[in-house]
Design a protein around this ligand. Structure first.
Ligand code: MTE
Ligand code: MO
Length: 398
């Protein structure tokens, strides 16, 4: 190993006398200092890990493997975890930028490589830095509904998350031994001479600015899911009370191409699949059935949520009266056939049979707006918005 290490050092050549690689090029700044890098690293590591875990959870809920079943209760859990996902992602932006700025002089250190272990550590930085930048950038693009890429956002975001967390684990392994000294002995770093100029931003000042920025960004966006802070949501992509019937619309009936089918007198709701006899209902049939009222939020994966009072047919009652076996899983299908990412959704047994899962005909006291899924939309507790299918026309029992 030491031969290899010698070779790596040899390849680095001689120390240059000029430019950022010369010795002491960054010695004048106390802000490019280990302690700052370590503190920012810890806070960023925590926010990234929370963001990663909540993101993986959201992925599991939307694409459940056989061993995973997300429960329908507690009803508001997904609202919390997804709010946290988007909030930690947003707060990570100033943290990441500050961290990169604090450590960038290290790219210019001489010799660039000192050992094989150092080489591996350096190489692992590229997936970490590139992955983190991509995750935050694509995430922000997505919640502001800007989709310029030729690839699928959820797939790319998911793959990048694994690459980034891999890079983070290697980085933590490499830095574990220097973390404690960096935190404990402020001022021993060679790039932190005692004789730093007394003007300019202090270390504490830098941290205050960075954490302050993260805090302010959180405050002016979190109102999209935390109702009491809605008035503060200057930069929130969505105002949860703005839209027909007092809540937002992502996909309009027109853009889904279902206006004619949804408003036609020929509209039917069918119950099919694993039941003795398939059943068909007109809208009048549905209105004549016993109605259930629930207050449940729409929780968009984009991080906004809106409380709505719904009224409609209990899915559980409908399944029961159609003779479905209790515990059967269900797929609901929309009238929408174009641009279909969310034209169907699966309900596991917990969601299909939960007391609060409803095929809604009304929202906030009025017949459903066409843009909210008229004549019938699915609404269930503890589900991502993407799984709350609008313009439902078929319930398939599995
Ligand atoms: N058929 C259909 N249902 C759908 C969608 C859709 O595009 N098509 N969008 C989903 C999304 S992303 C959310 S957040 C909820 C609420 O979306 P809305 O704001 O468009 O009503 O409905 C869901 N149901
Ligand atoms: Mo959504």
């Amino acid at each position: 190993m030491s031969r290899l290490d010698d070779l790596v050092r040899e390849l680095s050549g001689k120390a240059p006398q000029k430019g950022p690689l010369r010795e002491g090029a960054f010695d004048g700044s106390r802000l490019h200092q280990r302690r700052i890098a370590a503190i920012l690293g810890i806070v960023l590591g925590v926010s990234f890990t929370v963001c990663f875990l909540t993101g993986m959870l959201s992925h599991l809920i939307q694409y459940p493997p056989s061993w995973f079943a997300w429960p329908a209760q507690p009803a508001g859990l997904y609202r919390f975890t997804q709010g946290l996902h988007v909030a930690t992602g947003i707060a990570s932006i100033p943290l990441l930028l500050a961290k990169l700025w604090t450590v960038y002089p290290r790219l210019f250190r001489f010799p660039p490589l000192t050992s094989v272990a150092h080489l591996i550590e350096r190489v692992a930085l590229s997936p970490l830095v590139a992955g983190a930048l991509f995750l935050l950038f694509s995430g922000i693009a997505s919640i502001t509904r800007w989709n310029p890429w030729p690839f699928s956002f959820p797939v790319a975001h998911y793959v990048a998350a694994w690459i980034t967390i891999g890079g983070l684990i290697i980085h933590l392994g490499a830095k574990a031994s220097v973390l404690r000294p960096a935190l404990a002995r402020a001022g021993t770093d060679h790039s932190d001479p005692a004789a730093t100029p007394s003007d300019g931003l202090s270390r504490r000042g830098l941290l205050a600015v960075v954490f302050g920025a993260a805090g302010v960004l959180t405050l002016v966006t979190i109102g999209q899911t935390v109702r009491p802070l809605e008035w503060l949501g200057l930069l929130a992509p969505r105002k949860p009370t703005v839209g027909p019937q007092g809540f937002p619309v992502n996909k309009t009936a027109q853009s889904a191409g279902i206006t004619a089918a949804a408003t036609s007198p020929d509209y039917r709701l069918q119950v099919t699949g694993n039941i003795a006899t398939p059943r068909t209902f007109t809208l009048d049939d549905l209105r004549a059935m016993p109605q259930r009222e629930v207050t449940l939020p729409i929780v968009c994966v984009d991080g906004w949520s809106a409380n709505v009072h719904w009224r409609g047919i209990s899915l559980r009652d409908l399944l029961g009266s159609a003779g479905a076996t209790e515990g059967a899983t269900v797929e609901v299908r929309s009238l929408q056939v174009a641009g279909c990412r969310y034209c169907t959704s699966e309900l596991n047994a917990s969601h299909a049979w939960d007391e609060e899962t409803v095929l809604a005909l009304e929202a906030n006291g009025d017949v459903l707006d066409l843009d909210h899924g008229f004549p019938v939309r699915l609404i269930g507790p503890n589900r991502p918005g993407v799984m709350q299918t609008k313009w439902v026309t078929e319930v398939v029992v599995r």
